[in-house]
Design a protein around this ligand. Structure first.
Ligand code: T4K
Length: 378
């Protein structure tokens, strides 16, 4: 495809990877025939077991989506009071606190990988603080050791929103093994999808049991309800797809890596555009490809670039703009003030996530890079 040729079909920021349909049909037929559709059926159990092995973690509890997994994780740890969290995430992170009657306390982010700034956590701790809810933004690991040290010093729990971090490892160890609980999302827009879906990762059997009760109304057996649980169970269709997806996930991440490398190669020559590089010792999943536009150096604002690419049928996304702290529910909190969040304010105004998904053609990456170069005004 020539760089000047128009893109005829819209290119979105992402597109789900789905396995060949003929491989999914036998699962569908089996579910149809068995009439067992949900409530921890055989595919739920198989997927839970296989996923635990694949991720290299102790326990996985499957959920119907990542948001309910987050809400339930906070219940499982009996978190109350105030929780220190990031304003730079998808809104579900903070909503999960709100749904539990917990006050979010926003902490600024560090300027490179956009994760919570560990140097700024301690000054936000009050007698009401019970936990840190941090996000591995774009799948890049938080400073897990520093966070754990702070948590240990002040007796806080650590919950990781790892919704972007499927398959990510630090020095050969799953990122999901850090903190008290980690939460995954298998939404259609994620690296690994079960249409909708999610999971909580925990490290001991007692906790897994509690989480499993909580996701099933609190039922311990037919007549015993041990806690005010919710309905957050993953159904058999989701679980069957999950099982099948495990066959393809490594190849899918490899493909994403190649796309990220191509973008880096092409964009490195454009002044005023920064992108993220791999971190030594980290196995990345290339879930997103964010760029950060320096308006002065590039000569155009992020929003101008966003609109310009749209004219060419390329639909980028401003993940994460606006900051969660700017939404009406949260903007009057003391920690939402601009003074508290200078780096997050800056990053939210210059970030743009470019399309990345396994069927994205190299020619489209070329075209996007060419358009970005051409649009710069010096
Ligand atoms: N924590 C974090 C850090 C998260 O990022 C998320 C979810 C959660 C928690 C909550 O997990 P879940 O409860 O969702 O499991 C999307 C997703 O809806 C959301 O799951 C995701 N984060 C967030 C970052 O992105 P939108 O509003 O941007 O999605 P949407 O519908 O505009 O989709 C983006 C593009 O993806 C579309 O332009 C086209 C493509 N797409 C989308 C869907 C739904 C497809 O090709 N097929 C599809 O089925 O929020």
């Amino acid at each position: 495809m020539s760089k000047t040729k128009k893109i005829d079909k819209p290119i979105y920021v992402t597109q789900p990877y789905l396995p060949p349909l003929d491989e999914f049909i036998p699962y569908l037929k089996d579910i149809w025939d068995s009439k067992w559709l949900t409530n921890m059926g055989k595919y739920h159990q198989q997927f839970e077991n296989e996923l635990t092995k694949y991720l290299g973690v102790k326990h996985v509890s499957l959920f119907t989506n990542g948001t309910l997994a987050l809400i339930t994780a906070l219940q499982a740890l009996r978190i109350t009071g105030e929780v220190i969290t990031t304003p730079y995430s998808f809104v579900a992170t903070t909503h999960a606190l709100h749904w539990n009657g917990i006050t979010p306390v926003f902490c600024d982010i560090e300027p490179e990988y956009c994760n919570i700034d560990t140097d700024k956590i301690e000054s936000l701790i009050t007698p009401k603080t019970t936990a840190i809810l941090s996000v591995h933004v774009y799948g890049n690991p938080c400073q897990v050791d520093k966070i754990q040290k702070i948590a240990d010093t002040y007796g806080l729990k650590v919950i990781y929103d790892a919704c972007h971090a499927f398959g990510v490892e630090i020095n050969g160890k799953s990122i999901l093994n850090f903190g008290d609980l980690s939460i995954l999302s298998f939404h259609a827009t994620k690296v690994f999808t079960t249409f909708e879906g999610g999971a909580i990762i925990c490290h001991d059997e007692k906790m897994k049991k509690r989480i499993d009760f909580l996701k099933n109304f609190g039922f311990a057996d037919e007549v015993t309800v041990v806690a005010p649980g919710i309905n957050a169970k993953m159904n058999e269709f989701q679980a069957a797809l999950g099982l099948l997806q495990l066959k393809y996930i490594d190849k899918a991440i490899e493909k994403r890596k190649k796309i990220a490398q191509l973008y880096r190669e092409k964009l490195s020559r454009i002044k005023g555009i920064r992108f993220l590089n791999d971190i030594p010792g980290v196995k990345h999943n290339y879930a997103y490809f964010p760029i950060f536009i320096d308006e002065k150096e590039y000569g155009r604002s992020r929003d101008e670039v966003y609109e310009e690419l749209k004219k060419h049928n390329i639909y980028t996304r401003r993940y994460f703009y606006p900051l969660i702290s700017q939404f009406p529910t949260y903007r009057n909190l003391p920690s939402s003030s601009n003074k508290n969040l200078p780096i997050a304010e800056k990053i939210t105004g210059c970030v743009l996530c470019l399309p990345i998904f396994i069927n994205l053609k190299g020619a489209i990456v070329d075209k996007i890079s060419y358009l970005l170069k051409r649009f710069a005004s010096f």
